[in-house]
Design a protein around this ligand. Structure first.
Ligand code: FES
Length: 220
């Protein structure tokens, strides 16, 4: 009986090992497979010493070094002249690891004379937190789904340090996006240096969020 599958022509047969090599990464040994990702390139000692002189804990050195390198700042002299405030902003703006524990945020609603706390994922926004909390969802509509075009997520961060810290994650840091500023300036009860759009503020431990009495829905 004739074979069901004809053999490959010799030219294709010869190239199969090469094709396999392109399609599949080389096999890792058992010990490689269980030893995790390959280690990061070592941090030059002068860069580690520079970070330490800025009181940056050693656990953060590798993150800063690789972030600077990705941004094209890699020589010791370029890193030494990088503004220390910029390094701190990189650390503050870094998204927390996905397995980080939830954070507690505190919601104040003066016009209802109420306050309550809830847990939120550390990388989530206040709007995300509202989506997973029936109580907060009643108070923050988020009509545009976080597109900075409705202002129904207007919040007040009365703690000046928390307000400043909320700006760390802006791009560029500490500069409100024009779209956010436009929305805030049209929002009822806008307060400069206090108001933010909740869809742009990342939850952090102890964040105090006041909700304004009146909300304008510019999406409608
Ligand atoms: S949800 Fe619409 S501006 Fe934030």
């Amino acid at each position: 009986m004739a074979p069901l599958l004809a053999p490959f022509p010799p030219s294709i047969e010869a190239s199969i090992p090469q094709l396999r090599g392109q399609l599949r990464p080389p096999r890792r040994s058992f010990s490689e497979s269980f030893s995790g990702p390959p280690p990061a390139p070592p941090l030059p000692p002068e860069i580690a010493a520079h970070f330490s002189s800025l009181s940056i804990p050693p656990s953060e050195h590798a993150f800063l070094y690789s972030t600077l390198k990705q941004g094209g700042v890699s020589s010791p002299s370029a890193i030494a002249s990088f503004p220390p405030a910029g390094l701190q902003q990189m650390l503050s703006a870094r998204p927390p690891p996905s397995d980080a524990p939830p954070v507690d945020i505190h919601i104040v609603v003066p016009h209802h004379s109420s306050r309550f706390s809830l847990s939120a994922a550390p990388s989530s926004t206040i709007l995300d937190a509202a989506a997973s909390s029936p109580v907060l969802r009643e108070l923050i509509a988020g009509s545009c789904g976080g597109n900075m075009s409705c202002s129904t997520c207007h919040v007040l961060l009365r703690d000046a340090r928390q307000y400043e810290r909320s700006l760390d994650a802006c791009e560029p840091p500490h500069v409100l996006e024009e779209a956010e500023l436009d929305m805030l300036e049209l929002a009822a009860g806008y307060e400069e240096g206090v108001s933010r759009l909740g869809c742009q503020v990342r939850c952090s431990e102890g964040l105090q969020v006041e909700l304004p009495e009146e909300v304008v829905d510019l999406w409608q």
